[in-house]
Every structure is written in structure tokens, then in C-alpha cells.
Design a protein around this ligand. Structure first.
Ligand code: NAD
Length: 423
């Protein structure tokens, strides 16, 4: 394992997870393995101080990051996360997974990610706007429609993207809609973007279920994280006849073996800020979530959630990684031994960046597509990408994760070799 002096490589941390995933793919890279070290480093990591004036007149400082992991295949692309646990090595791992994801789906992008170490729930609307604008100005030296294009991630949304777009545009003196994706529709956003990641989880899950003869009609689904990704995926699974039997978020865990009524759960979460207190379900203790009776498990919250112990407890036949990096490498081994299929994050949640790509293309051409066109194109791209990955997995008898890394890392390293090493 390579060591970088500025990274805290705690064994269960996301950067260590990513490095272990790279180590597993190296034997399948052939002569490109010579370049594997490229994958274990970030091209550029920017740490910024984000000072803002608070509503009470005091000044608060926040840590901000923007990391560009690899730009061999195109501009950087990846979300911005606002969370109190954001660290440099987390952002590095998330940026690296974006490189792999963008290459796995064959989008013309490298991988990047950003974040601010902050609990946005403690900020007022105005403080959040000042934080976003100052952060955008600070990272403005490395982002741009042709350099690096941020998007929403945990605790960021279309409003935050609008502020980022406006701040960048003010600084360069021209409206630059293509600098971020996930914007509001009337600012150059794309139809279908809000639910695209959840839709991708559903599409890849539907294909995987078909291949292992798992009937979606009546299938029981457990979802961790009921935000942008988890709730949209849940809705689509219910639309296909499945039932959501357990949901866990930062406020607690709720279960209902007859299936949760999403039409009442969604407004409850919006109003109460989480699933806790939902009258149409029983409250359960958080650890019991991992042993709940279900066929499909969707971790759609944060990294490092599926530990080996939880992987031994799960009753699911299929794990769909809506979140980035939810499964520890040792848990991957447990799931593989138990014959539980994992559709890895780097393809499972690629729907969001795929529609972000559509948004970027639409912004450049100033010609906007219908939602049906977007959903059809998304479906086609993900089904094609998953087929290629599945074939690679069958050919080498490897997991879907290692197969996704094999397809993606070959593309990244081929670009590296074809471009040549400067100077
Ligand atoms: P979000 O902020 O909309 O929702 C996050 C959810 O996770 C919330 O329901 C929150 O309560 C829950 N959560 C937070 N901490 C938790 C904890 N300790 N235990 C259980 N639940 C917890 O975020 P999102 O955009 O839905 O992102 C979720 C995951 O999906 C992240 O890993 C993100 O990187 C990944 N992802 C998001 C997108 C996107 O387009 N938004 C794209 C690809 C991947």
C-alpha cells in the first residue's frame, strides 16, 4: 500500500478502502499495471479556509476541500459534501471513486470531489449562502466548465448549486451555467437530475435482480439513508412492486413488515427532518436494521457502514450501493463468501453523474431534452455499462466491484499512456 505523508490512512477509512480496491484490480490490468501507482495518488488537493460572518456578528472559520484525483480522461467531475465528518482523506477517496465511476460509464470526465467540514443544519439560510459563496470563490482557481464541474452530494442541493454558479459567474464576468450541475431547471438544470442517482440504483438493481432470478414483485427492501438517493430509489422499487420494510437515517430506524407507505413517509421526513416519529411504522434499534428480513439492501447514506459483522447478519440476496464506499473490503469478502451479490457504488450510483453529464451537454448546446429522453438515455447507458462489467466479471470470475474497477482503470490508464508523461 502506498503512503502519502498528508493522509490519515486509518484502516477502516475511505481512502484505505479505495486503496484496497485498487490492489484487487492490479492483477487484471495486464501491462497497464505498471501505471497503477497513478490511481493511488490525487493529481491535486486544495485545502481552503472558509471564513464567514455569522448572523450574530461573529466570524467563523470552516475547512473546505476540492480534490481532483485524475484528469486524464477529461475535466474533473464530482459532488460537494457539507458534513461535520468531512476530512481530506474522505474527499480524496470520494474523488477517486468518481474517476472510476466516470470511466466505468465511459463519461468524458476525470474524478473530483469537494466538501466543507460543517453541520449545515446549524446554519441559517443566509449563513449557508455566505459559506457556499466564499467556498466557491476559494476553489474558483481550479473549477470551471472545462476544468472541474461540481454537483450536489450529501447536504447540498439545487439551491447551493445556484449560488455556486452565480458566484463563479460573478467572478469571471459571464454567466457560466456549465460550471456546476444539479442546478434548478430554469438556470440550465436538467429534467430528471434530482432523481437520477436513485433511478440509476433502481435500473442497475433491476438488471442485477433479473440476472439472479430475483422477482421484484413482492421483494422486501431495506434502505439506509432516506435523502436524495435513498428516497428516489425506494419510490422506484415500490413502483416495480417491491415493498420497503425498513428505513434508517440519522434520526433512527423504522420498520414495517407489510411495507412502509411512502406517500405519507416522504412528507413526514420533509417536515420532521427524518424518519423518527413516523406513525406508520415501529421504531427499531439501529443495529437491528442490518439483520432485517429482506431480499434487497440499499445502503444510501455514508461510507464504511457495511462492516464484516453486519455483512454476516444481512439476510439480503442483493446489495445495491447507493452511497459511495458503504462496504469495507473485509465485508466485501464476507458477502462474496455468502453468495450475496453486490452492485458496487461505482456503477450502482452512477445515474447521478450520467444525468449531470447530460445537463452539462445541454448547457453547452443550449438545447434541452424532455424528461422521457433523459430517462431513456440514462437507462440505456447504465444497462450497457453494467453488461460490459458483468461480462468482465464472468470472464475473470471476479466480483462486480473488481470488474468495474478493471473496466474503468483500463480506460483511465490507457488515456494516461496515450497522453504520455509530461515533460
Ligand atoms: P442526502 O443528504 O440527501 O441524504 C443523506 C441521508 O443519509 C439522509 O437520509 C441522512 O439522514 C442519512 N444519514 C446521514 N448520516 C447517517 C447515519 N449515521 N446513519 C444513517 N443514516 C444517515 O444525501 P444523498 O445525496 O442522498 O447522498 C447519499 C449517499 O449517496 C452519499 O454516499 C453520496 O455520496 C451518494 N451519492 C449521491 C449522489 C447524488 O446525486 N446526490 C450521487 C452519487 C452518490
Amino acid at each position: 500500500m502506498s503512503r502519502l505523508s498528508y493522509v490519515d490512512e486509518s484502516p477502516d477509512g475511505p481512502w484505505s478502502t479505495y486503496l484496497a480496491q485498487v490492489d484487487r484490480v492490479v492483477p487484471y490490468l495486464g501491462s497497464l499495471a505498471r501505471w497503477a501507482e497513478t490511481l493511488k495518488r490525487c493529481k491535486r488537493a486544495l485545502i481552503v479556509d472558509v471564513p464567514i460572518e455569522m448572523d450574530d456578528g461573529s466570524v467563523a472559520h470552516f475547512e473546505g476541500f476540492r480534490v481532483q484525483h485524475n484528469l486524464s480522461r477529461g475535466p474533473g467531475k464530482g459532488g460537494v459534501r457539507y458534513h461535520p465528518a468531512v476530512t481530506l482523506d474522505e474527499v480524496m477517496a470520494l474523488a477517486a471513486w468518481m474517476s472510476v465511476k466516470n470511466a466505468a460509464v465511459n463519461l468524458p470526465y476525470g474524478g473530483a470531489k469537494g466538501g466543507i467540514r460543517v453541520d449545515p443544519k446549524t446554519l441559517s439560510h443566509k449563513e449557508l449562502e455566505r459559506l457556499t459563496r466564499r467556498y466557491t470563490s476559494e476553489i474558483g482557481i481550479i473549477i470551471g466548465p472545462q476544468q472541474d464541474i461540481p454537483a450536489p452530494d450529501v447536504n447540498t442541493n439545487a439551491q447551493i448549486m445556484a449560488w455556486m454558479m452565480d458566484t463563479y459567474s460573478m467572478n469571471v464576468g459571464a454567466t457560466a451555467t456549465g460550471v456546476v450541475t444539479g442546478k434548478p431547471i430554469h438556470l440550465g438544470g436538467s429534467l430528471g437530475r434530482v432523481k437520477a442517482t436513485g433511478r440509476g440504483v433502481f435500473v442497475t438493481g433491476r438488471e442485477a435482480a433479473r440476472r439472479i432470478n430475483l422477482e421484484l414483485q413482492g421483494a422486501r427492501v431495506a434502505v439506509q439513508g432516506f435523502g436524495n438517493v435513498g428516497s428516489a430509489a425506494a419510490e422506484l422499487f415500490v413502483g416495480a412492486g417491491a415493498k420497503i420494510v425498513a428505513v434508517q437515517d440519522h434520526t433512527g430506524t423504522i420498520v414495517n413488515s407489510r411495507g412502509l407507505d411512502l406517500a405519507t413517509l416522504m412528507p413526514h421526513v420533509r417536515e420532521a427532518g427524518g424518519v423518527a416519529g413516523f406513525p406508520g411504522a415501529d421504531r427499531a434499534d439501529d443495529e437491528s436494521f442490518w439483520g432485517v428480513d429482506c431480499e434487497i439492501l440499499i445502503p444510501a447514506a455514508l461510507e464504511s457502514q457495511l462492516t464484516p459483522a453486519r455483512a454476516r447478519r444481512t439476510k439480503a440476496k442483493l446489495v445495491l450501493e447507493g452511497a459511495n464506499g458503504p462496504t469495507l473490503p473485509a465485508a466485501d469478502d464476507v458477502l462474496a463468501e455468502r453468495g450475496i451479490l453486490v452492485v458496487p457504488d461505482v456503477i450502482c450510483n452512477a445515474g447521478g453523474v450520467t444525468v449531470s453529464y447530460f445537463e452539462w451537454v445541454q448547457d453547452f448546446s443550449s438545447f434541452f431534452w424532455t424528461e422521457d429522453e433523459i430517462n431513456l438515455r440514462l437507462d440505456k447507458i447504465l444497462v450497457g455499462a453494467l453488461k460490459r462489467i458483468w461480462d468482465t466479471a464472468d470472464q475473470h470470475k471476479i466480483t462486480l466491484r473488481t470488474a468495474t474497477f478493471a473496466v474503468a482503470c483500463e480506460r483511465i490508464l490507457m488515456a494516461r499512456v496515450e497522453r504520455g508523461l509530461y515533460p
